[in-house]
Design a binder for this molecule. Sequence first.
Ligand SMILES: [Zn+2]
Length: 411
Amino acid sequence: MQESENVVEYATYPSQKTCRLCGAGYGDLRIEFGKLPPCNRFVDSAETLPSHQLTMGACGNCGLIQLLDPMPPDMVRPRVPWIRYNEPSAHLGGVADRILEAIGRRPITALGIGPFEQPLLEELRLRDVVADAPRLNFQPTDGSFPYLETWQAELSRGSFSGSEGECGKADVVSCRFLLEHCHAPLDALHALGKLATSDGLVVIEVPDSSKFLASGDYAFPWEEHVCYFTAETLVGLCRRAGFVVIEMLRYNGDLEDVLVALARPADEPGSSCSKADLSFFLSYRDRYAGRQEQVRRALSRYGGDGGHVALFGAGHQSIMFANALKAAPLLSYVVDDDPKKVGMIAPGFSSEIRRSADLIDDAQIRACLLGVSPRAEPKVRSQLQKLTDRGVRLHSIFAGAVGSIFSGEPQ
Ligand SMILES: [Zn+2]
């Protein structure tokens, strides 16, 4: 590892040969999605992008689903300054209330590690907790802009150990939507534990993978998500790291739920893990080829006789859908009204991203795939009403959404 110009080069990032939770050797429970470019690598002219084999596996011992030999952080690091992700926050008032009840005494201080902490810390401040969050002390250099890949690496190597501040260790240590990015999640949990008082709480929030596995949705794997937790494997990881989960909160989402583990140091380190239920992963693995064929058939039908098929939304799930399912060559272009993305080329595509106004003006458009969340979809459908009036078909890319490209044969 070299440090220069304020950016850590993780050039010698170790290749992981064993399960990140239990240490068992990888078996053959895996899905090969092929060599794919980073989903955040938008470029302003056609060029060959770096790519990396995306392989998802499940540990036959503990069941943790994880990437095998994931893309190195250097390759994942954004090359444009505007890559930012949003995470849900409407539930955080309830989370703050549960934290105060679970800790069993009046918490004085809270510390949040990661870029998604402020909404929860604000809720805790409203409840008279002194809350703070260290910054990531890396500046953009040489055309790369440190973000989650650097947060996760710095957390795991203990870089925030001096963040306790004048008050000492914190009563509440929160880490939202970062553990799933961690190449070394046990190290990350150990580092978080060191920031908490002996009777304090560590609050871990991650997406639950159960729904996308059950629905057979291949927009959800992502080179930046190294671990794909369920409630069982999150509890298992916490136990392995020396915590006991005193409460597991679940907040419902259309396509994926959110899990919030309230954990505290265990009296004894836990080492055993429950026997894995691999049925979801096996089913997910076995449906992959069929999903590719479904997309190919649908897009070929729409795209016959010179018809165009567009992909609306240039987020990482849209890009993964197109690349993991080998659909990009069958899509005419990508649409996104984000002015930072318009005119750029999305990873895996060869033409520029267009505005929705261009889509509406396209006389050859036959279908548009919606890579937007079910919550945002009604607004987008309304925006594209002129297309629907002309008989253009709109389908969600998400297998678990109503009106999905996978739900029945398109007409
Ligand atoms: Zn394992």
